[in-house]
Write a protein that binds this ligand. Structure first.
Ligand SMILES: NC(=O)c1ccc[n+]([C@@H]2O[C@H](COP(=O)([O-])OP(=O)(O)OC[C@H]3O[C@@H](n4cnc5c(N)ncnc54)[C@H](OP(=O)(O)O)[C@@H]3O)[C@@H](O)[C@H]2O)c1
Length: 355
């Protein structure tokens, strides 16, 4: 594969997460939340690399599907299918998963303040939705289910994070429910996606484009993990390829102070400190000290295992997994891999290409 500009700039800190490769040719794949930022990039990636049997988009809003079908039309890409459905509706998921090999579960309510204000809705989509995905996947004989999670699920302090932690538990525990021929269930957990809908990068860019005289910063000490959509999609595919069932996969990715992100986007704009918002952490953590005791390290990722699955831990040790040092945690603050300005620029360029 040719080196991209981003890889050249990001050198050692850029991991492409391309291996092990998952072959999607002739497979039927369903993605919940397929019209979202991740879903669209996933579809673009699949189309570039494979010819699946069917690639099913599952989401609620017909307008988003209509617009997506203008870009990825079933006429040009005959394997594309657009399914209106809600993950709260098990019957609809059950119908959509007939003949499906792989389910990527990306549908979620993901905005922290919205989840705080509408807790019942957040639980219905993020928690009940995960349960419905599990039930339908087992019933329909799906081979792999991979659910997307977030760093906010580790030691959560807001309902969004707590609901994703509950979802992670439902997905990983499902490994015990499907029987020996059942699906492999796994979770991928990662940090902020550069340029995804509603995130800080498009927010800052919009303010800059509209001629703002400053950028708001919640706290100058704040740090976050950063990943591109391309890395996220590759990470999901390679994690499915290596999943034995019941894991949470965490990529090794760099972190950065939010204030440095603002400086990179607008070097000459002053900052105004507005204070940390309710439900926000100063730093995000992807692996807590407690989780670290049942986590193994690979070259480009960590694998969090259910603490009661001794055989699974043995299989991962046999596959090269290394135990972590006592007291280890994977936190955006103490992460030794920090993005510098040039590296962030390269990530931004790369995310623009996928926009
Ligand atoms: N973006 C990030 O920075 C980030 C970081 C870490 C993890 N994640 C996780 O990655 C996943 C994808 O995120 P994203 O950035 O692609 O989100 P997004 O752009 O907001 O897309 C969310 C998708 O979910 C669909 N959806 C929402 N509620 C649904 C429901 N009840 N039933 C069916 N579909 C529903 C939406 O379409 P409709 O509204 O039309 O249904 C949309 O297609 C999420 O699970 C998120 O928690 C994201």
């Amino acid at each position: 594969m040719p080196q991209t500009q981003a890889q050249t700039h990001l050198d050692a800190s850029y991991r492409d997460f391309l291996t092990p490769a998952l072959d999607l040719n002739d497979k039927t794949i369903l993605i919940t939340g397929g019209t979202g930022s991740f879903g669209k990039h996933f579809v673009r990636t699949v189309i570039e690399r494979f010819t699946p049997q069917k690639l099913i988009i599952f989401s609620r809003d017909e307008l988003k599907q209509y617009e997506m079908a203008q870009i990825f039309s079933p006429e040009q890409y005959p394997f594309m299918r657009y399914f209106i459905g809600d993950v709260r509706d098990e019957d609809r998921l059950d119908m959509a998963m007939r003949g499906v090999d792989i389910v990527i579960h990306a549908a979620a309510l993901k905005h922290v303040p919205i989840a705080e204000y509408n807790p019942f809705e957040c639980i219905k989509t993020n928690v009940m939705g995960a349960e419905n995905v599990v039930r339908a996947a087992i019933k329909r004989g799906v081979k792999h289910v991979c659910a997307l999670s977030t760093d906010k699920a580790a030691n959560p302090i807001n309902l969004y994070g707590a609901s994703k932690l509950a979802s992670d538990k439902i997905i990983t525990a499902a490994q015990n429910m499907g029987g020996v021929d059942g699906p492999t269930f796994s979770v991928v957990r990662y940090g902020n996606v550069v340029g995804s809908r509603g995130s800080v990068v498009p927010f800052f860019k919009k303010m800059i484009a509209e001629g703002a005289d400053h950028l708001p910063i919640t706290d100058a000490r704040m740090t976050r993990f950063w990943i591109t959509l391309t890395q996220g999609v590759n990470f999901v595919l390679s994690s499915i390829a290596m999943a034995k069932g019941g894991e949470i996969f965490v990529p090794k990715i760099p972190s950065m102070h939010t204030v440095d992100l603002a400086k990179t986007l607008a070097p000459n704009l002053p900052h105004k400190i507005i204070g940390i918002r309710p439900g926000e952490k100063l730093h995000e953590v992807m692996i807590t000290t407690d989780d670290a005791r049942s986590t193994q390290e690979l070259a480009d990722r960590y694998v969090i295992l259910p603490s009661n699955r001794v055989n699974l831990a043995r299989r991962w040790h046999e596959a090269g997994g290394q135990d972590l040092a006592d007291g280890f945690s994977y936190c955006s603050d103490s992460n030794p891999e920090k993005l510098n300005t040039a590296q962030l620029q390269a990530l931004l360029e790369e995310s623009q290409k996928g926009a």
